[in-house]
Ligand binder design. Structure first.
Ligand code: UFG
Length: 321
């Protein structure tokens, strides 16, 4: 049993991680400033500290006596990062630097970090491997890459870290208290928007003229429960004074139209759609190579796209969290 600090533990991924880490038998302390997280998503078994990454006192309290940190806290909207790049640098980069300083002064040397496929930018070759070129096309991707580099540098001074680069995360976790799912405001992600589309509020489908089999973008989806399972495995796979980057996806792509068709099967009705122009900054195709996750973590995703959509839908229907 270990004491784990989960930063951003009231957010979508952080709240699922908090529940799953507790279920694995560890103690969890959550640090969250509730700027985008939800207090009611927090597992009551966790110890909660309200505070942000720019508050040295909160950080000092948060890292005290912990064995490892799973670091989710940060800003995560690509479009917002284009309009507010300073906010992204301050929160994601400066905030993580302060977290690492606090960890260092308390002798905490183990960290699993929430990185992103946005670090790669427009792919040269597919699938994307961890050694593919990193040319982020948004400030969001740049900040995630800067943190990956910061962790690599800190590893030379004794940190053991893994950056998990997420592709498109979807789905929800069912707990004894209800479902933990995605609740972003505004919601920009495809699957929640497909599920909330109505005749008078259709889904906006961005771009049908891409150089892909059906003209819509292709993405690699991973279920949030599989994703967090990989974090538990990453905690065990941390190596002394080493930094590793590991992609988390499924290794196969689905077009936006395929996602809509799968959702229609789950919903049992058509999804109203308005086709429009491409969304700025969208790469045509993003698919992960997950060989390293298989080799290093012994991890293979178990839940398919239909399961992601039906779990996201179940969470949406209950709206308990
Ligand atoms: N899309 C629509 N309509 C919508 C929402 C999305 O057509 O209402 C399309 C997008 O244009 C894109 C695809 O659905 O073609 C997927 O878009 P998402 O916003 O769901 O996801 P992204 O691939 O843009 O973003 C994800 C993560 C980011 C990460 C990025 C890496 O959410 O955090 O992958 O490129 F940075």
């Amino acid at each position: 049993m270990a004491q784990i600090l989960v930063t951003g533990g009231a957010g979508y991924l952080g709240s699922v991680a908090t529940s799953m880490v507790l279920d694995a038998g560890h103690h969890v302390r959550v640090l969250d400033d509730l700027s985008t997280g939800h207090l009611d998503a927090l597992d009551e078994r966790a110890e909660f500290l309200e505070g942000s990454l720019d508050d040295p006192r909160a950080l000092d309290e948060a890292v005290r006596d912990v064995d490892a940190v799973i670091h989710f806290a940060g800003k995560s909207l690509v479009a917002e990062s284009v309009t507010h790049p300073d906010l992204y640098h301050r929160t994601n980069v400066d905030g993580t630097r302060q977290l690492l300083e606090a960890m260092n002064s308390h002798g905490v040397t183990r960290c699993v970090f929430s990185s992103s496929a946005a670090t790669y930018g427009e792919p040269e070759h597919l699938p994307l491997r961890e050694d593919s070129p990193t040319r982020p096309t948004s400030p969001y991707g740049q900040t995630k890459l800067l943190v990956d580099q910061m962790l690599a540098e800190a590893a030379s001074r004794g940190l053991s870290a893994i950056s998990l680069r997420y592709f498109n995360v979807a789905g929800a976790l069912e707990t004894s208290r209800g479902w933990l799912g995605e609740r972003h405001h505004p919601e920009t992600h495809l699957i929640p928007n497909v599920l909330s589309a109505e005749v008078d509020q259709p889904l906006t489908l961005f771009g049908t003229d891409w150089d892909t089999p059906d003209g819509t973008c292709v993405r690699d989806y991973v279920h949030v429960v599989d994703l967090i399972d990989a974090h538990l495995r990453a905690l065990d796979a941390l190596e002394n004074s080493r930094h590793l980057v590991i992609n988390l996806g499924s290794g196969r792509g689905y077009s936006n139209r395929e996602v809509i068709t799968s959702a229609e099967a789950v919903l049992g009705r058509p999804v109203p759609v308005i086709e429009t122009t491409r969304r700025p900054g969208d790469p045509a195709v993003l698919v992960a190579s997950i060989d390293r996750a298989r080799e290093v973590l012994g991890w293979t995703p178990q839940r398919d796209l239909t399961r992601m959509i039906s779990d996201a839908y179940a969470a949406r229907l209950t709206r308990e969290f």
